[in-house]
Design a protein around this ligand. Sequence first.
Ligand code: S3P
Length: 180
Amino acid sequence: MQSSSYGKAVVLVGFMGAGKTSVGQELAKRLGWRFVDLDEQIQQREGRTIAEIFRDAGEPAFRHLETEALRALLEQAADLSGVVAALGGGAFTQQENTALLKAARYPSVFLDAPVVELRRRCEADGSVRPLFQDENQFRQLYEVRRNAYMKADFRVETAGKTVAQVAAEVSTLLGWDNRG
Ligand code: S3P
């Protein structure tokens, strides 16, 4: 699909540690668009952290809140002049969410990296992630989800690249690079 046939928003997807938030912030700055982090939206809407939602209500309840937050985000995006959205690691693996994204006609970009690198980044950034568990579980979950991520419109390999390089690559890929 040509970039001109997409709406003026882009959705970054991928596993924990993919760099969705950091690349998203950089890309938004580059394009002069608004950055929205879906996990942040969920936390604001709920008045509690993701960890608290998992602890108090469990993963299925979190997934429901995630879908509702995505629906709201996509509705808002239609009224804004440009949005870069970072989705949590599980969001793009839920069929309901991919259907919402498809209907909204916003391009999705899978930020990929080897699982060892993803784990290293999660350890380094220190964020609390309820599904960041032992090495085997982390790897298994990545393997189960990878097919879903591969259904994104684009895939960008992030290993060995800076956040700025990945943001530039996404921007060029979508034909939205106004910085040459
Ligand atoms: C999740 C990833 C997290 C967050 C939640 C669930 C997942 O987001 O949405 O803890 O299912 O992989 P990040 O990918 O930003 O860490």
